[in-house]
Design a protein around this ligand. Sequence first.
Ligand code: FES
Ligand code: FES
Length: 244
Amino acid sequence: MSEKDDRFNLSRARDDSGESRGLPRANDDSGESRGLPRANDDSGESRGVSRRDFLKSAGVGGLATAVTAAGAAEAEAQTGPRVVGPGDVPVTLIVNGKRLELRIEPRVTLLDAIRNRADLTGNKRVCDRGTCGACTMIVDGRTIYSCSTLAIDMVGKQIRTVDGLSTGNVLHPVQQAFCDVDALMCGFCTPGFVVAATALLERYPNPTPEQARKGLDGNVCRCGTFVRIMEATMAAAAKGVRRV
Ligand code: FES
Ligand code: FES
């Protein structure tokens, strides 16, 4: 064997003598434990918990865990959320700063509750499936599709619709900008765009074109007035939009 081969052999964790020179093993060939203690060594004498005892206790422990989990699930089923409906239930919404006391079925969407029960018809129902943005409202500062949101889930939150943006006869700066630059054709998408642009400018008072595009990308104008809508949004930003 060459000198190089010799060096290589000496560097191995275990040499030909059978003795470990590297990481300690749990049990070497002598049968004696040098690392992690064994439950029972070759002498037949128990030094701790036997494998059988361990397996028994693990089985009992597992069973106990399963029984506890089943009990917890049963307890949760008994104390879980109260079932309401399917008939009308009282629901209180805070819309544009006012309390609305409604009686609606739990399945009613926020858009339907506000348009059909509270007579606030500014926001439109167009696709009714969360794709066009015409129904966009602001809830606790974030835009949502009200056609795809249950009214009963909005209890206790601050809801803002396009109806609440103007002050008396004075239009909100975003509404005014849409009028000034003629940013609409049929107008079905306009309430949703106005609300989305308002939420955008309350968050980014001086948005970059990229931020503006991103803020409005949840809304669709089928008439294709995107250029004017962007123009109106930037014009409103130039005038300043107060954070509510
Ligand atoms: S009507 Fe709600 S997203 Fe189109
Ligand atoms: S103005 Fe008609 S859909 Fe936008």
